[in-house]
Design a binder for this molecule. Structure first.
Ligand code: FE
Length: 182
């Protein structure tokens, strides 16, 4: 059990969690809603942690977050996965790293999916490369944890409700501490 990283993550949410997620919810509210959906769907502890932390890259680099709000792709999924990769296994970090690719994947394989995206998410799709090509689809499906990235993506899209305040971060402290590897 390695507690320092969990304390660090909690500090990030404390400092930046009240910032707007760029839609109708705050960063913390969004993270908690997405994690709650993963819990309710009976996901593994690793996927619940990934759901909670999938946008942590936006908390690490506020400049990047601001850029994304202006429609420039700052690759928060990569910075987040790299940060988490020092402390968590691939079962946590890969769904985080792949959650933007999963959106491009779903847009390509499920035409109706595009209609379910928020305005901000549809705008960023353009900067993220648009729907995947047939070649990219094959490569994505062959990537480990891409199935969990797709699950996470659907929770991500549903966790943007301005009026919903799920149980707080403290509920995830033991789960995160149990998963931290260094
Ligand atoms: Fe998100």
């Amino acid at each position: 059990m390695y507690d320092a990283i969990v304390d660090h993550i909690f500090e990030l949410f404390e400092r930046f969690g009240s910032e707007s997620y760029g839609e109708n919810a705050t960063q913390l509210q969004h993270a908690l809603q997405v994690a709650e959906l993963a819990c309710r769907h009976g996901c593994s502890a690793e996927l619940i942690a990934a759901a909670l932390l999938h946008d942590v890259g936006q908390l690490l680099d506020d400049a990047g977050n601001a850029a994304e709000r202006r429609g420039i792709d700052a690759h928060h999924e990569v910075s987040g996965a790299t940060f988490l990769g020092k402390h968590f296994s691939a079962g946590v970090t890969e769904p985080v790293r792949l959650h933007v690719a999963a959106k491009r994947y779903l847009c390509a394989v499920e035409p109706s999916y595009l209609d379910t995206l928020s305005d901000a998410s549809r705008l960023s799709l353009h900067y993220q490369g648009g729907p995947m090509s047939a070649l990219e689809i094959g490569a994505f499906e062959a990537t480990a944890f891409s199935d969990n990235a797709v699950k996470l993506r659907r929770f991500d899209d549903s966790g943007k409700q301005s009026e919903r305040y799920p149980p707080g971060l403290a509920a995830y402290q033991d789960l995160l501490k149990g998963l931290a590897i260094r």
